[in-house]
Design a protein around this ligand. Structure first.
Ligand SMILES: C[S@@+](CC[C@H](N)C(=O)[O-])C[C@H]1O[C@@H](n2cnc3c(N)ncnc32)[C@H](O)[C@@H]1O
Length: 353
């Protein structure tokens, strides 16, 4: 399936019947006029290589958008006792020593009923890999994920004994790398529950049971190994999995859920987030979530394209947003100039050590 940016709000509002959860989400979709369908279309494969299509400021609607928030409810996804079930009907592939489920197979299974949210059919029918407030792109691996994985080795980011959140995780590769780096705990969050159940959780389980595979970096081409049609029987190190928790829902709702839980909540030492700043309408929720969940001396590592054409977000807009809020300091620690410019940003509280 080819994924595309294609923000057509009218299409969303007239799409097929939605679940109650989604009705809420659709109503709160900002009524901002987006780029025309044709202009904003982009294609990408499983590993996303989508590229911005607007120049700086070009094509952006300068009228302030009507600010409304999406409130897709937050939910914790418990790890099933039978781990073999998690990998049922999955085909595994490897990339840089990391295992991940073949997304086309997942999509096929979703069309046949494994997708309570209906995001696969909506994404296909609207020919879009982002439907604001309904589907936020977690069904594929976006290229900045690999920029951030490279950066971890280059900058010698250590995860040992750290508490880590993979925010907007999609496939969850960042969190999996942290888990392999012996993080004390790793939490995964995605907007869509289908993504958590069908992709994130299976990927985490697959990486736990396929011991011997190591975190790699540099060359992100798929290995020549054939896909593992029949994953090994689950012998997952219970240790690694007990360190993990999985959440779906909109950021402010997930934050609320974590902070209101009866279990004591330890703020995160490290928050990892890749390709999550494409939509400026979400900046406030994202910023507040980081502020609520990050430890006072913690660090956020954010990977992003410089500009998301057709959507409007990008690294400089988010940088400016952070500056105006005056809570965090941020610095761009790496720029990747190959093709479309991409960046890694480090964020910390202004008064942190
Ligand atoms: C483009 S995908 C990137 C996925 C993954 N990080 C990667 O790099 O492959 C954006 C992710 O951010 C999450 N996201 C975006 N907006 C969100 C929101 N308002 N609330 C919660 N999650 C959101 C989605 O769940 C999605 O997984």
């Amino acid at each position: 399936m080819a994924f595309r940016f294609n923000f057509s709000i009218d299409e969303i509002e007239h799409s097929e019947a939605a679940t109650p959860d989604e009705v809420d989400a659709q109503r709160c979709t900002p009524k901002r006029k987006q780029e025309s369908t044709e202009k904003s279309k982009q294609t990408a494969g499983t590993v996303a290589d989508s590229s911005p299509r607007l120049g700086a400021g070009e094509g952006r609607d300068e009228t302030p958008p009507e600010k409304k928030f999406c409130f897709k409810a937050a939910k914790e996804h418990k790890i099933p006792e039978d781990l073999n079930k998690v990998l049922e009907n999955k085909v595994l592939e490897t990339l840089s020593g990391l295992y991940y489920v073949n997304m086309s197979v997942v999509e096929m299974m979703c069309v046949h009923g494994a997708d309570a949210e209906g995001i696969v059919s909506k994404s296909v029918s609207s020919r879009s890999d982002l439907i604001p407030g309904v589907y936020e792109g977690g069904l594929k691996i976006w290229e900045c994920t690999f920029d951030l994985i490279d950066y971890f080795s280059e900058a010698e980011i250590h995860f040992a004994n750290k508490t880590v959140l993979d925010l907007g995780c999609g496939a969850g590769l960042l969190g999996i790398v942290a888990l392999r780096g012996k993080a004390e705990k790793v939490h995964f969050q995605d907007y869509n529950s289908t993504v958590i159940d069908e992709i994130t959780l299976p990927n985490v389980v697959a990486n736990c049971i396929n011991e011997g595979s190591r975190m790699g970096s540099g060359d992100h081409r798929k290995t020549s190994k054939p896909p593992l049609k029949r994953p090994k029987k689950a012998e997952c190190s219970p240790d690694a999995l007990t360190k993990c928790r999985f959440f779906s829902g909109e950021w402010s709702k997930v934050s609320e859920l974590l902070l209101s839980s009866n279990e004591p909540f330890l703020k995160y030492d490290i928050i990892l987030t890749s390709e999550t700043i494409y939509n400026p309408d979400y900046y406030s929720a994202l910023h507040d979530t980081l502020a609520q969940l990050l430890d006072k001396n913690g660090r956020v590592y954010l990977a992003s394209k410089v500009l998301y054409f057709g959507v409007g977000g990008g690294i400089y807009l988010f940088e400016k947003f952070i500056e105006e809020k005056n809570v965090f300091r941020s610095s761009i620690v790496k720029t990747i100039d190959k093709g479309l410019q991409r960046c890694i940003m480090e964020i910390a509280f202004k008064d942190s050590s």
